[in-house]
Write a protein that binds this ligand. Structure first.
Ligand code: MG
Ligand code: ZN
Length: 267
């Protein structure tokens, strides 16, 4: 297992892009309180400069992401950007996936967390190759971090790289990592209205895994309401209901992954 820490440029200048949404997601550059201060100063010259800087950061990110995407495509590797709020079950799902696909599909993992290698140790114990990236104050993975992780992992053709993003439903949606597809995990212990509150995250997802369905008898979560809200922001998203701890729905999850694997026979 390898541990990579984000470089000082990631830790210090951590501006977020807005992709046409103006200033409403400016997180500022305070290295110690990355997401703490959200300033809303409208229509000032400083605000315009911030937006331009953010666009540059995102443009540079997208360029690196595009290079990774080409590299992955050339190798015939499927890269999945796995996103959720903290505690939705990303690591637990990956542990089960690594164990159950062992010997059938080659799987490796890039683990993104602010600190610690705890999740990477869990993934390694489940039998998958893993690189842990610690983002420090950063609240998302970016394309440069993932490119470094891919170099360290050196995934073989026909394999899957799972990129477990930092637990956060906001800015990870803005950062292209060069992935082939995006999967959002949402658990039934969260509010069913999350798709409406975090539309950017749910809008760009190819698959939504509704996790912890074993807890449905004990929580106040209405699946139909959730599906209705999701339909408002992303009617095309596929939904699979799973329990990462009990195993419900995982055959559908594996089937979806297999269907996404690049066909290498076609060159
Ligand atoms: Mg985790
Ligand atoms: Zn962030």
């Amino acid at each position: 297992m390898q541990l990579l820490a984000a470089g000082p440029e990631h830790r210090r200048s951590h501006q977020h892009g807005t992709k046409g949404h103006g200033h409403d997601q400016d997180h500022g550059g305070d290295p110690g309180h990355d997401d703490a201060g959200h300033l809303h100063i409208q229509g000032t010259a400083a605000d315009e400069r911030t937006v331009i800087l953010q666009q540059k950061v995102l443009a540079k990110n997208d360029e690196i992401a595009q290079r990774s995407r080409e590299w992955l495509r050339h190798r015939g590797v499927l890269a999945v950007n796995l996103m959720s709020s903290p505690g939705a079950g990303k690591t637990t799902l990956l542990e089960r996936t690594a164990r159950e696909l062992a010997g059938k599909l080659r799987l490796s993992v890039i683990e993104g967390d602010q600190e610690t290698a705890l999740d990477a140790r869990r993934i390694q114990a489940a039998g998958a190759a893993v690189v842990q990236i610690n983002t420090g104050a950063g609240c998302h993975l970016d394309a440069a971090m993932v490119a470094e992780g891919l170099r360290a992992l050196d995934p073989p053709g026909g394999s899957i790289v799972m990129i477990e993003n930092v637990g956060n439903l906001v800015c990870p949606a803005l950062f292209d990592l060069g992935e082939s597809c995006r999967v959002v995990i949402m658990s039934v212990t969260e509010g069913a209205d999350k798709p409406l509150k975090y539309p950017h995250m749910f809008r760009t997802a190819d698959l939504i895994l509704l996790n912890k369905i074993d807890l449905l008898p004990y929580v106040d979560f209405d699946v139909d309401s959730f599906l209705g809200f999701l339909g408002q922001v992303n009617p095309a998203a596929r939904v699979v209901q799973v329990s990462a701890t009990r195993g419900d729905g995982t055959p559908d999850w594996y089937g979806w992954l297999r269907g996404r694997l690049p066909d290498r026979r076609g060159g």
